[in-house]
Design a protein around this ligand. Structure first.
Ligand SMILES: [Zn+2]
Ligand SMILES: [Zn+2]
Length: 113
């Protein structure tokens, strides 16, 4: 039996001031994601590596402003979102589940960071 996932983002907000993304979810939760952390978590082969070879993110200490500026989000099927970055990068697919795991709100990350 497959688990039915009916929690999905209903809207999003790009907070230019604090450089973070705020997602509203169908269950009422609001998740918070700083752009830099989101880019660092990009799961695509280019960023995260593939087959044991390190990706761009492992080789780079610093990311530049374009690489960590989120300009838009595009839905991927019914399971995920692709962030569109200012440097043109748009191949990372974040599933809804992963986005919820990455949430940085005080409720999800009580210890702060
Ligand atoms: Zn990527
Ligand atoms: Zn949260």
């Amino acid at each position: 039996m497959q688990e039915e996932r009916d929690v999905f983002p209903t809207s999003f907000l790009l907070d230019d001031q604090q450089r973070r993304l705020i997602l509203s979810w169908s269950d009422g939760h609001e998740s918070v994601h700083s752009w830099e952390k989101l880019r660092r978590a990009c799961p695509c082969a280019f960023c995260a590596g593939e087959g044991g070879s390190p990706g761009m993110l492992q080789r780079r200490q610093q990311l530049n402003r374009e690489e960590t500026t989120l300009v838009n989000l595009e839905p991927v099927g019914r399971y995920g979102l692709t962030p569109i970055w200012e440097d043109g990068h748009r191949t990372g697919i974040f599933t809804f589940e992963k986005l919820r795991q990455l949430c940085e709100c005080p409720q999800c990350r009580p210890s702060g960071r």
